[in-house]
Design a binder for this molecule. Sequence first.
Ligand SMILES: NC(=O)c1ccc[n+]([C@@H]2O[C@H](COP(=O)([O-])OP(=O)(O)OC[C@H]3O[C@@H](n4cnc5c(N)ncnc54)[C@H](O)[C@@H]3O)[C@@H](O)[C@H]2O)c1
Length: 293
Amino acid sequence: MTKNIKSVGVIGAGQMGNGIAHVVAVAGYDVKLYDVVQEKLQAGLATISGNLARQVAAGKIDEKSRQEALKRIQLADSLEALADTDLVIEAATEDESIKRKIFAQLCPVLNPEAIIASNTSSISITRLASQTDRPERFIGIHFMNPVPVMKLVELIRGIATVDETFETARAFVESLDKVTTVAEDFPAFIVNRILLPMINEAIYTLYEGVGSVEAIDTAMRLGANHPMGPLQLADFIGLDTVLSIMQVLYEGLADSKYRPCPLLVKYVEAGWLGRKTGRGFYDYREDPPVPTR
Ligand SMILES: NC(=O)c1ccc[n+]([C@@H]2O[C@H](COP(=O)([O-])OP(=O)(O)OC[C@H]3O[C@@H](n4cnc5c(N)ncnc54)[C@H](O)[C@@H]3O)[C@@H](O)[C@H]2O)c1
């Protein structure tokens, strides 16, 4: 554990927030998990519990660690409950106005020495930091999905982030048994700057009728040796998140090559957001999932 961090607040109990709470608790930190939607908190805890049990079955952790990790996670019913934590990791919906409101509510109650991190996939850390009372103690800690499985975490300094914040964040992430890579604060950082245009191009390939969902995913799995096809991956990330990241790239870099595919927009407008809503490029209500195009 990192010496100046004992307790961690996690905001957002969705796919990423519950994964972050999981790995942080397994590493021995006390966790307070908050979500604006009460049911998401309960669902997040159920997911953590299921994933911990799976890790025990796979021999990755023992039964005692599972029970201790679960005991370390407290569900918080307000942001005020996070006031005495040493580090808060924001993992709410990828929407700058939502994140801004969270920081406006959190900063006045949060211990002034605490570090705030955002798990944003694409939004400027410098701009998010400027909306807080502590830009020097603000940093991007970008976990990958699914958090308990993926080794990499990107660290992104805002323009004002001081060395102490950066070193504390790095030591914290390494204490979770993750590997860090450092990205400059430009739209979508490294992983998503490269990955998301590929996914968007796969959606254009579908939109233009070059191939079906199955053909595109099979082509990239067997032809490029990707572990899963780009459309399956898009469903896994969440199509709303994919669209938000493409919009940040398109607007932030002012280059038409990042234009979000209209078919992606249509899926998001339909509420077909991928695995988390049961339907995206595949329909997960069927077993095995069937392509929707
Ligand atoms: N999905 C991915 O693969 C991935 C990977 C890395 C980073 N991220 C980033 O992580 C963040 C969360 O993404 P996700 O995939 O977990 O999304 P998600 O939709 O699964 O979860 C978002 C959660 O935030 C909650 N929320 C919304 N407004 C809130 C508020 N005001 N206060 C507290 N909670 C609020 C929602 O209720 C929801 O439970 C985003 O910034 C996203 O870009 C996502």
